[in-house]
Design a protein around this ligand. Structure first.
Ligand SMILES: Cc1ncc(COP(=O)(O)O)c(C=O)c1O
Length: 397
């Protein structure tokens, strides 16, 4: 029998990385040696290793995933007058570059099971101004890639795969990060593979690779006159220390994915007694990384996610909200597409108020998962009693 007072003696953060001596040694080596003629040694190794891992031709190490998406859109010439479609449920890093480039953000609904871009909603959002769609592999899962890629090809819409949260996931045997014209990873400290901050842009397209490298280096053509900029562009670089850490983490990727899946498996077992709770869905022939174990609570509990998260927080348990629909954020208050989004994107607006992420960091052990699950079930039982009493009162009045 679990002694919960012991488990609860320290707070449980919502997520965090798994760093071993291997990563520490790699970063120390970069700090000592990745200078002079070796300044880009770790970048090249990390880029090559990630390209090989995902089956891509080119990979470009960057300061973050947002810069990868920004570069991909910029290299496509996205700008004023263009539209880019994004799913409602994602972090703003997916969509911010669209507005930064002066294009219009179009919000598409998500599928109620995968929580990723819904193919038919995507198709309805396409207009003659659509330049690109950004797919998001939410929480290490996938949209219906076959359907979405076919629609994009039929309408000649460029596809960018935002695989920020999905390194190690697989769709029909293909790795996350291998879909579309370009794909992007994040190595932020919360991610499954981390470099502290960091990102990678991947593509099979030689011209896109050339253009993105040029834009990422203040508009300098590689191999041309030194300090000779031919356009005003960006400075998007990863440090050698980060690249060394990323390479070491990538060499442990199978172990990292297996552990994350194990944590999810524990939650599934502990929460199985309440089959009404919806957890991350893993479609057939896909392998999710379950980057964040996520729960959607049924409406009948009449409890908002913020109330549950607060109650868990009072028990020392860190959580994060299921993403708010982008079109509901103050940041998009003036987006022309936002006012009609809630009625169009019903799945996003129905799921979001009832969803949140449970602690999923690599330092979670079985007892902590049991404790978190126990607390969640207890909070929901309280909400159920409250909802029951409330409905009796309204029947009586
Ligand atoms: C889906 C998604 N896209 C983009 C980003 C942006 O990544 P970064 O912080 O590396 O720019 C994140 C980061 O959390 C993300 O989760």
């Amino acid at each position: 029998m679990t002694n919960f007072s012991q488990v609860n003696s320290r707070p449980i953060p919502v997520t965090g990385p798994w760093i071993t001596q291997k990563e520490i040694d790699a970063v120390a080596d970069a700090a000592a040696n990745a200078w002079y003629e070796n300044a880009t040694l770790y970048h090249t190794r990390f880029e090559k290793a990630l390209a090989a891992y995902t089956g891509r031709k080119h990979a470009i190490a960057l300061p973050h995933c947002t810069s990868a998406i920004h570069l991909a859109l910029a290299s496509l010439g996205v700008g004023p007058g263009d539209e880019v479609i994004v799913p409602e449920i994602t972090w703003i890093g997916t969509s911010a570059p669209v507005k930064q480039l002066g294009a219009r953000t179009i919000f598409a609904d998500v599928d109620e099971k995968t929580w990723c871009l819904d193919a038919s909603s995507f198709e309805r959002c396409i207009s003659r101004r659509t330049k690109a769609v950004i797919l998001v592999d939410l929480y290490g899962s996938f949209p219906d890639m076959d359907a979405v890629l076919e629609i994009a090809a039929d309408h000649r819409v460029a596809v960018i795969e935002d695989a920020a949260q999905a390194i190690g996931a697989e769709f029909h045997g293909r790795k996350a990060g291998s879909f579309g014209l370009a794909s992007a990873f994040s190595f932020h400290g919360t991610k499954l593979l981390t470099t502290g901050e960091g990102g990678m842009l991947l593509t099979d397209d030689d011209e896109m690779n050339r253009r993105c490298r040029y834009l990422a280096d203040h508009g300098r053509e590689p191999g041309t006159r030194l300090f000779w900029n031919t356009t005003v562009a960006y400075k998007y670089k990863m440090s050698a220390l980060q690249a060394a850490m990323g390479l070491a983490q990538l060499e442990r990727i199978d172990e990292l994915v297996a552990r994350r899946r194990e944590i999810f498996g524990w939650y599934r077992e502990e929460l199985a007694c309440n089959p009404e709770l919806v957890l991350n869905f893993e479609p057939p022939d896909t392998k999710s990384t379950f980057w964040m174990t996520t729960v959607i609570v049924p409406e009948r509990y009449e409890i908002e996610k913020e109330q549950i998260m607060q109650a868990l927080g009072e028990r020392g348990i860190g959580t994060r909200p299921f993403q708010y629909p982008l079109s509901s954020l103050p940041a998009y208050m003036d987006a022309p597409d936002a006012p009609t989004a809630p009625t169009r994107n019903v799945n996003a607006y129905r799921l979001s108020p009832r969803g949140f992420n449970l602690p999923s960091g690599f330092n979670m052990d079985r007892e902590q998962v049991r404790y978190v699950s126990h607390c969640l079930l207890e909070i929901l039982a309280g909400a159920e009693r409250h909802a029951g009493a409330h409905s009796k009162l309204s029947l009586a009045s």
